[in-house]
Structure formats: C-alpha cells, structure tokens
Ligand binder design. Structure first.
Ligand SMILES: CC(C)(COP(=O)(O)OP(=O)(O)OC[C@H]1O[C@@H](n2cnc3c(N)ncnc32)[C@H](O)[C@@H]1OP(=O)(O)O)[C@@H](O)C(=O)NCCC(=O)NCCS
Length: 162
C-alpha cells in the first residue's frame, strides 16, 4: 500500500469523493450538499485513500462517544478488490481504538455480500436488521438492511504487503 495514502476529506477532495459516490450508488447517491453538511458536522470524520492527487475511495465515521457509526464507505469500481477497502476500514478502526470507542456499528444491504464479508473479516457481527430499508435501483424492490456491530473495538491484525 506504499503508493496509497490516507488523508482527511476536505473541500479540495470533495468533488472526487462525490464522483465516486455517484459511481457506486447511482440514483441513491448522497448529494454534494450532504457531503458539505458532513464536512461541517463536528461529530463527523471522513477519510480518503489516494494515489497522489487521485482519490480512490472514502469512508466516514460519526464519533458518538462511546460508540462510532460508519456513515458511508466506497471504493471506485475499477479499484475494487485490491484491498483498498480493507486498508480504509483498518485505518478507521485504528482511529476508533485511539479514541477509546467501545463499539462501532453500521448498516449494510443484506445482498451486499462483498461488504458483509469485509466487515465480518474485521470481527463485525450481525445484531439486527431493518426491513425494507433500501430500494434496489435496478429492480425497484425494497431490500433489508443488516445492522452490524463491532465490540469491543480491537485493532485489526491485518498487514498490507503491496
Ligand atoms: C465494499 C467495498 C468498500 C470493499 O472494498 P474493496 O476494496 O473492494 O475490498 P477489498 O479488496 O479491501 O476486500 C477485502 C475483503 O472484502 C471481502 N470481499 C471483497 N471483494 C469481494 C467479493 N467480490 N466477494 C466476496 N467478498 C469480497 C473479502 O472478505 C475481502 O477479503 P479477502 O480478499 O481476504 O477475501 C467496495 O467493494 C465498494 O465500494 N463497494 C460498493 C459500495 C459499498 O458496498 N459500500 C459499503 C456500504 S455498507
């Protein structure tokens, strides 16, 4: 991962993060206004993974001490499957450890096996679900969300080699 760096999301990176959001979430994407709102939210922390000036992905956390909540997370389609999601999630969990958060939660579409596997790899467990929380943008059907929790928050033991 030496070619990739993690930075805090700021106004300079906002357009690129917003483009990724549109690419991965289509017509359910957050608006630019929502990102701007988050930049001004004192409880919100967003980080991007970048190669030089190119933003490849982002992740967001609400620090609701003693708990954290993952708000949004995505890697540009053409870079998915290259451990960059894992790299960002690992960084976020390390931050949660440093901030002594006791637990971290998130919601994920029950059909999003890629993300669910990633969260499970870090020790998140399914502890609830929300019926018909998402609308599938292709079929229009409503889909359930899983609520996943990580507690206690333990620094991941994953090493990154490339
Ligand atoms: C989910 C997402 C963030 C994962 O990031 P990524 O960079 O593609 O994933 P990584 O390469 O870091 O993979 C790490 C782990 O995720 C899981 N995973 C990744 N791709 C997978 C696939 N195609 N099928 C099943 N599991 C997969 C595996 O557990 C993998 O670990 P392994 O390689 O040791 O098996 C990314 O695919 C993405 O942006 N998806 C669209 C948006 C989204 O779903 N966001 C999460 C909303 S809750």
């Amino acid at each position: 991962m030496q070619n990739y760096k993690i930075h805090s999301l700021n106004c300079d990176y906002l357009d690129q993060a917003y483009e990724i959001e549109q690419q991965i979430n289509g017509n359910h994407a957050w608006s630019r206004q929502m990102f701007l709102g988050e930049l001004n939210n004192p409880l919100a922390y967003y980080w991007v993974v970048a190669r030089e000036e190119n933003i490849i992905g982002f992740i967001g956390l609400h620090d609701l001490n003693p708990e954290g909540y993952i708000t949004n997370f995505g890697i540009k389609k053409e870079y998915q499957g290259q451990k960059l999601g894992q790299y960002l999630l690992s960084f976020l969990i390390e931050k949660c450890c440093q901030w002594h958060l006791k637990a971290v939660s998130l919601e994920v579409n029950e059909n999003n096996l890629r993300a669910i596997n990633l969260y499970k790899k870090f020790g998140f467990k399914v502890e609830g679900f929300i019926k018909e929380y998402y609308r599938n943008s292709e079929t229009g059907k409503l889909e359930n969300a899983l609520i996943m929790w990580l507690h206690p928050v333990i620094k991941p033991e994953i090493t990154f080699t490339n």
